[in-house]
Design a protein around this ligand. Structure first.
Ligand code: FES
Length: 296
């Protein structure tokens, strides 16, 4: 009779190949539960767009928060693959993770406090924030951190590091924060935030440049420039000669930014470096002579 008022019990996720069961809270995704419990689960975007968190569901049922069919192949779907960042267990489940023990960049996440020391508008809706940490942090260019503002924004938001880290780590780190409608952190970042205490947890993510000699294709849009810029700056510091094609998408000219930084990268790059900004909503009568959809 009172079943209507019952709160859902936590579910368990058993990861095959590890002697470990995770407890997953009500409405929690498998990936969030794994990271919360210190399991280095492969992942990158956390929003269902990269498939780096894919794993095979071998027992039980999950609720998928977004449609995974467009990112997983038909074969993978037939084999029961799911995205851990988009799957909330409906029952106790068992999963198999193909690359659970891959080394990754190898920097253990930790929590470090610091404060905002610089704030620079990059466009009408993207703000760069520099944070000086109480200790230096090591990360691979391309990775991200969770940021929160103690006493103000307790729920952390994820942002990619926008600059590369030196070999000994960095104490001053930079993030690009784009204003989104009703975004608590993104709205906060546009205000007077200098000297505000910040908590950073990280690094996280499997997006980083793998060794190799093949050409590098980079595609970025909006504040998604941050990890690409960091990754290319890092590669430049190693005099990486791999050819680069870099597509930077934006709506109009006022949304393009860091063009001087990209130009400098291009000039100093040891191999071919092709940079192509692409605008999707530039007025037809503007002075833009670059790329646009339908103008290739
Ligand atoms: S799809 Fe990117 S982390 Fe899950």
């Amino acid at each position: 009779m009172f079943g209507f008022f019952k709160s859902a019990k936590p579910k368990s996720v058993y990861i095959e190949g590890m002697d470990q069961a995770l407890e997953v809270g009500n409405k929690e995704t498998i990936l969030n539960a794994a990271l919360r419990q210190g399991v280095r689960f492969p992942h990158s975007c956390r929003v269902g767009g990269c498939a780096s968190c894919k794993c095979r569901l071998t027992e039980g049922k999950v609720k998928e928060l977004t449609e995974s069919a467009y990112i997983l192949s038909e074969d993978e779907l037939d084999q029961g693959y799911i995205l851990a960042c988009q799957s909330v267990p409906k029952t106790d489940v068992r999963i198999a993770v193909d690359n659970l023990n891959s080394d990754g960049p190898g920097f253990a996440p930790r929590r470090i406090t610091g404060s905002v020391v610089a704030q620079q508008p990059l466009t009408h809706d993207i703000m760069a924030l520099d944070i000086r940490l109480d200790e230096s942090i090591q990360y691979a260019a391309g990775q991200y951190a969770l940021l929160s503002v103690p006493g103000c924004i307790e729920e952390p938001r994820s942002y990619s590091f926008a600059t590369a880290a030196g070999p000994g780590g960095e104490q001053r780190v930079r993030f690009f924060i784009r204003r989104v409608p009703n975004g608590e952190m993104s709205g906060w970042a546009q205000g007077p935030v200098l000297d505000t205490p910040i908590a950073l947890e990280g690094p996280f993510g499997d997006f980083y440049l793998r060794d190799g000699s093949s050409p590098i294709l980079c595609i970025a849009g909006g504040s998604g420039l941050a990890p690409i810029k960091a990754l290319l700056e890092d590669a430049l510091s190693f005099k990486n000669p791999r050819p680069v094609v870099f597509l930077f998408g934006a709506r109009s000219q006022q949304d393009l930014y860091c063009l001087d930084d990209i130009k400098q990268l291009q000039q100093e790059w040891a191999g071919d470096f092709t940079f192509v900004p692409v605008l999707s909503e530039e007025p037809a009568d503007s002075d833009w002579h670059g790329r646009a959809p339908g103008a290739w």
